[in-house]
Design a protein around this ligand. Structure first.
Ligand code: LLP
Length: 467
């Protein structure tokens, strides 16, 4: 990315600001988040998807998935760039509200929304609540009735596509917690009584999702806006998205005919992969969007239906590459290892002042990252190294394999790229480490503190002392 470049001396800069200036002012570990990169990527997704579908006469909304990284400033930037905001909890919704994002631009997600979360969403007038299950449809209907409101609802379905990604972040196959199955024959397992099925004019061999749809259509306090699916995250091929779209569109047409409605919208979720290490080259948003728009348009033509309003929820692909993490190198030591030929070799372990508390992804998903020497040019011989954190777990690895200069020493600054998504968002206080600050950069501007780092007082603030 243009936002992360080396200056003449070889030092890494972010939006023109040398990293040593950032670390001197804000310390390490430090998340640095480029407003310029974020806005550029948000705009790229907005344009790629709207243009690709516009060619087929269809309208598109793009929601930024706030779960990947959210602050009031980020919510505001997404809004300014013309994106809607996808929130996954009352807390994320609170940030969006604080940022002044209008209700109709916000979606509320989650598979177990509390009464308070649903109330807050309805009270603020969110544009949609994505219901995950039959009980949620019932709960939303009940709360909306009590509040005298009409709840705009999308129903999350599982298209049964197994996305090629880590199991923990694949979400469209049947045996996982999200959404309702569109597969025939599941209605009898839906936990709804035979009388209720009958009163909804449903059969036992209908799909579980059809029960939810019938309930939503019957509820006067629900305006059913359409179907939602999300097949998983960090996915590179457009094929999985196209397949899911095909299944959901086919199912939506069945529903339209059967219930004599015209559900206006389909949301295909997020999940577009990004490059974390060299050689991992994601496809341009425009290419993915074009391929997807072509296949959606073909599917609709085959089904003889109009293309519905489409929406998308990219998170990582917008925020991920916009952020890096800066660490200070501490102890460096060599460990003898046996290589694949049975020869003894040396692996260099480089410890930094953060780790799994600021980036849990390696330990959670075996995620790969890379690290570069940031405070000076990485000249001379490069040595195979492993960058590890300071936590008391051997799994606390920041970068499993990377080449770093032989003359690396304590006090040097390392930058780990592509940490803008699901790093701050998943951070913890493990081992009583304080969460690092998030600093925002922008071309031609001084860096600004976006989220202040925690202090030891913060750590102790909720501890009630000797009891
Ligand atoms: N929409 C829904 C309904 C989702 O569940 C997610 C992600 C997204 C959109 C955004 O997906 P993205 O474009 O960011 O891939 N913590 C994991 C990722 C979990 C994804 C959760 N849902 C990780 O660090 O890889």
């Amino acid at each position: 990315l243009d936002n992360f470049q080396r200056d003449e001396s070889g030092e890494l800069t972010v939006d023109g600001c040398p990293v040593t200036e950032l670390t001197e002012k804000f310390g390490t570990p430090e998340y640095v988040f480029s407003e310029s990169a974020f806005r550029a990527r948000a705009g790229e997704f907005r344009d790629a998807f709207s243009q690709a579908f516009e060619e087929h006469g269809a309208e598109v909304s793009v929601y930024y998935a706030g779960k990947s990284f959210l602050s009031t400033a980020v919510a505001h930037w997404a809004h300014e760039e013309g994106l809607n905001l996808d929130t996954a909890s009352g807390g994320e919704l609170a940030v969006a509200m604080r940022a002044g994002v209008p209700g109709e631009k916000i979606a509320l997600h989650g598979n177990n929304k509390s009464v308070a979360e649903i109330r807050r969403a309805l009270d603020y007038g969110v544009g949609r609540i994505v219901a995950d299950s039959i009980p949620e449809v019932q709960l939303i209907a009940q709360i909306a009735t009590e509040m005298g409101k009409i709840a705009p609802v999308m129903l999350r379905v599982t298209p049964g596509v197994h996305a090629s990604t880590h199991d923990f972040i694949a979400t469209a196959h049947e045996d996982q917690k999200f959404g309702q199955s569109m597969a025939a024959g599941t209605a009898r397992l839906a936990g709804v009584s035979a009388e209720e099925l009958e009163s909804l004019e449903l059969r036992e061999d209908d799909a579980y999702a059809t029960v939810a749809v019938a309930l939503a259509l019957r509820a006067e306090s629900i305006d059913l806006r359409g179907l939602h699916c999300h097949i998983g995250s960090q996915i590179f091929e457009a094929e999985g998205f196209s397949k899911a779209a095909e299944k959901v569109l086919g199912y939506m047409q069945e529903l339209n005919r059967r219930f004599e409605v015209e559900l206006p919208e389909i949301d295909l979720g997020g999940g577009y992969g990004i490059g974390y290490i060299e050689g991992e080259q994601p496809r341009a948003a425009a290419d993915v969007a074009t391929e997807l728009a072509d296949s959606v348009s073909k599917t609709c033509a085959n089904l003889g239906m109009e293309i519905p309003h489409l929406s998308f929820e990219p998170g990582r692909s917008i925020s991920g590459p916009s952020g890096i993490t800066l660490y200070t190198v501490g102890t460096i030591k060599n460990v003898a290892i046996e290589d694949e030929h049975g020869e003894t070799r040396v692996r260099r372990y480089v410890s930094v002042d953060g780790g799994m508390s600021d980036n849990a992804r390696p330990v959670l998903y075996d995620a790969d990252y890379t690290a570069v020497l940031a405070n000076r040019a990485p000249a001379g011989e490069q040595v195979l190294s492993r960058v590890v954190g300071k936590h008391c777990e051997s799994g606390d690895i920041v970068v499993r394999y990377t080449y770093l200069p032989e003359d690396l020493k304590a006090g040097d600054i390392l930058a780990v790229p592509a940490t803008g998504a699901y790093c701050y968002a998943l951070s913890s206080n493990y081992n009583m480490l304080t969460r690092p600050p998030v600093v925002a950069t922008k071309a031609q501007q001084e860096p600004r503190l976006m989220i202040r780092g925690e202090t030891e007082e913060d750590l102790l603030a909720r501890d009630q002392g000797l009891l």
